[in-house]
Ligand binder design. Structure first.
Ligand code: ATP
Length: 335
């Protein structure tokens, strides 16, 4: 089975071809990069409208060159969560393609795709997943036919919390990679104290973004703030991940989402897992950040069990939660 995946929940217009037989994932992406500040929803939507046809075209050309004229068996697209106008562009493209190619259509939850790509690449059976992305942050575990939210942010997504600080100091989106570079210039033995808020397996980032902004306004050097932001935010994520492993009894942790590209976060999670005898896995960066490869891979799993949708029911859902998704492709898996 070969699946054309289309992703476009916010900043990244992406299309991919997944060949389930060879397990090859070919991705073409065109990210939106604002000249200044964060993601402007209108500009992101305009970028999506311009970029989606181009990335799809590149993947279709690759598919035809590689596999011939009937290369696509299924079209899968990100139904949500995300920005409504971006999602609608992607939904329209997916419906048009599925109709024209006369192949089934699969609507994929973007956050479950961030999780499933880690499970797919690691070969883990039943991991806990930490999704550390721009607009979201949560811990997911499979139980009784659903991915249950074991813990989540009470306010901002983890990437957005970091980006709020970088916007304040005049850096454009994405701020996370710039914070990682700046943090490396700080004295690792000095740690600026910032709010650390964990309640059970939930956590909050709003106070830490404001405190980092205040520290900058008070003249604290940027590398020190970046170092403190990383240490606090990632320690919070590591603490709740350990609690989730302990509660579920799982001994596998996978990381998903764009913030997962950060080496310090991966190092903390790896150390925690090693110390408690668990195994940690993070996919390669191109599969961590938003990408259509993960949509195509989950699309293939869903199509294999006929979890497809009629075009008439394929509306997008900007608030699509991961625990709203019946996990049809794992029917029969022990919880
Ligand atoms: P979501 O998947 O929740 O819709 P998103 O659309 O923002 O989120 P992602 O690609 O998952 O997309 O994540 C983007 C976020 O990752 C941005 O906030 C960016 O700053 C952050 N990020 C990227 N690289 C790094 C890094 N090296 N360190 C920290 N954060 C990073």
């Amino acid at each position: 089975m070969r699946v054309l995946g289309i992703e476009g929940t916010a900043w990244c217009a992406s299309a991919a071809l997944y060949d389930a037989e060879s397990d090859e994932i070919h991705i073409e992406s065109d990210p939106y990069e604002p000249e200044s500040g964060g993601i402007h929803p209108r500009e992101a939507a305009e970028h999506m409208t311009e970029a989606i046809p181009t990335v799809i075209d590149r993947v279709l050309t690759h598919a035809e060159e590689r596999y011939g004229p009937d290369a696509i068996d299924v079209v899968a697209f990100s139904r949500g969560p995300g920005l409504g106008p971006c999602l609608r562009t992607v939904g329209t493209a997916a419906r048009a393609l599925a109709g024209t190619l006369a192949v089934p259509l699969v609507g994929v939850n973007h956050m479950v795709a961030h999780l499933e790509i880690g499970r797919h690449e690691s070969g883990f059976d039943n991991p806990v997943c930490l999704n550390a992305s721009g607009a979201n942050a949560h811990l997911l575990g499979y139980h009784d036919g659903r991915y249950r939210v074991l813990g989540e942010t009470m306010d901002a997504g983890v990437g957005n919390a970091i980006d709020k600080f970088t916007r304040h100091i005049g850096w454009n989106h994405p701020g996370g990679p710039k914070v990682e570079v700046a943090a490396a210039e700080a004295d690792p033995d000095e740690l600026l104290e910032l709010p650390y808020v964990v309640k059970g397996m939930d956590f909050s980032f709003s106070g830490i973004s404001s405190a980092a902004n205040d520290a900058y306004d008070d003249g604290v050097a940027v590398p020190g703030i970046c170092h403190a932001l990383q240490e606090h935010v990632f320690a919070m994520l590591t603490e709740v991940s350990e609690r989730a492993l302990s509660l579920t009894g799982a001994d596998e942790l996978v990381l998903g989402g764009g913030v997962g590209q950060n080496e310090r976060l991966r190092e903390m999670l790896e150390t925690m897992c090693r110390e408690r005898g668990a195994t940690f896995f993070a996919p390669e960066p191109r599969l961590l950040r938003d990408n259509a490869g993960m949509i195509a891979v989950l699309g293939a799993k869903m199509a294999e069990v006929d979890d497809t949708m009629p075009i008439a029911d394929s509306g997008v859902d900007p608030n699509f939660r991961p625990d709203d998704v019946p996990v049809t492709w794992r029917a029969g898996d022990p919880s």
